[in-house]
Design a protein. Structure first.
Length: 394
């Protein structure tokens, strides 16, 4: 039986990286998205473009569409990329055909690390440092707890980045508040605080992540990167990054947590590290990350290795990791625009000139994340969408 892969969330850059990784190994690849065309669907490695209903609007309809796509294309391996499609698939996974393999452990194990309230409790049990935390089951518990908080700012952190309801998926957001009045207003204003969340002390420092692949509780590989430029410039999505050594202390904590959860699949373990070098756990995401292409270019082929271990194939000897840089060109262009339009009180004339020069003359060893000569159509698609958004006054 031919092995056939369906990659979901085709407009994500991580999906494009996965399609290129798996397709270059000769696998038959289909791409699904809730739009008629998608970034990954334009890849030379995509054999079939499929449409499904937006999981945010109707998880059930999305899953029904997914089952139809699986049956029509004889799919054997299903790869969700975002939390929304992952949670919807896991809710109804008992209805999937037996011939379909998912790259996840049991739903309870996913909940153990994806649910931040449960994750922080797991961290406390295993000696992994977290910010001072108050666990709340809902809005009223949070309002009661805030009365005892004396130091601000604090962080209001929903237990899930996406909350799966029966008829829709609700996005949430982590909120930093600077007073009791702001905290009370946020809790009353946002409906997602009806669900469990955590109140945490604010940690000064920088974010650092460890990316991992696990095979049924056993670590396969780890990866880390260094963000060189971000959008927005003050901190956000990486637009230029390079591979970096994995910090041993962060790796140890990641191993502790993923081992305790008997994890299988990929995971992005996020920490905040203080200026004194003290790390605090922020979250774990059971999915691929935006800079996935950098890992693949560095010799750490997460998508293909995930496919192999999940389908019972031997990995053999893994290649040695090499140093690489990857640039998201249009994201970097957006960043340059934000720097240039910012007031001189934030960026001096010299800072703006340096930003222009570094944009126009990147490191000669830097590879582009989307635009690649051997698979150029995704960049054409991305550029069209970018120009369209400019025309609509985004």
């Amino acid at each position: 039986m031919e092995e056939r892969v369906l990659v979901l969330d085709g407009n994500q850059r991580a999906a494009l990286a996965a399609v290129r990784s798996l397709g270059s190994q000769g696998l038959w690849i289909s791409v699904g998205e809730s739009t008629d065309t998608s970034l990954s669907g334009c890849s030379r490695y995509c054999r079939s473009n499929e449409y499904y209903h937006d999981p945010y609007e109707s998880p059930r309809q999305f899953f029904d569409d997914l089952c139809r796509i699986i049956e029509n294309n004889k799919i054997t391996f299903l790869l969700p990329i975002t939390e929304a499609t992952t949670y919807a698939v896991l809710r109804y996974k008992s209805e999937l055909p037996e011939s379909v393999t998912l790259p996840f452990p049991d739903t309870d194990q996913v909940e153990m690390i994806a649910n931040k309230n449960r994750l922080f409790q797991l961290a406390l049990e295993n000696g992994v440092p977290i910010p001072e935390s108050i666990f709340c089951n809902g809005r009223q518990e949070g309002l009661d707890a805030i009365s005892s908080v004396t130091r601000y700012p604090i962080v209001l952190k929903p237990s899930k980045s996406r909350i799966l309801h029966d008829s829709y998926i609700e996005p949430t957001s982590v909120m930093v508040v600077y007073s009791r009045e702001q905290a009370e207003h946020a809790l009353k204003q946002h409906s997602f605080f009806k669900s469990p969340f955590t109140i945490q002390s604010f940690i000064e420092g920088k974010g650092q992540g460890v990316f991992a692949l696990y095979d049924r509780g056993r670590p396969v590989c780890f990866f880390a990167h260094r963000r060189l430029r971000e959008k927005p410039p003050e901190g956000g999505v990486s637009v230029l990054c390079e591979s970096a050594p994995v910090p041993e202390n962060l790796k140890k904590y990641a191993q502790t947590l993923l081992g305790a959860a008997a994890w299988h699949g990929v995971a992005m373990v996020e920490f905040r590290v203080t200026p004194q070098g003290e790390p605090y756990l922020m979250e774990i995401n059971p999915r691929f990350w935006g800079s996935l292409q950098l890992a693949i270019d560095s010799g750490v082929d997460f998508p293909y290795w995930l496919y192999q271990i999940t389908t019972g194939k031997e990995l053999g000897n893994l290649p040695t990791q090499t140093h690489r840089r990857v640039r998201w060109l249009l994201g970097d262009l957006d960043r340059l625009y934000l720097v240039l339009k910012a007031p001189f009180s934030r960026y001096s004339l010299w800072s703006k000139l340096r930003a222009i020069m570094s944009f126009l003359k990147p490191n000669s060893k830097t590879r582009h994340e989307v635009n690649r000569l051997k698979d150029f159509r995704p960049f054409v698609h991305e550029l069209k969408q970018y120009l369209k958004s400019l025309g609509s006054g985004r």
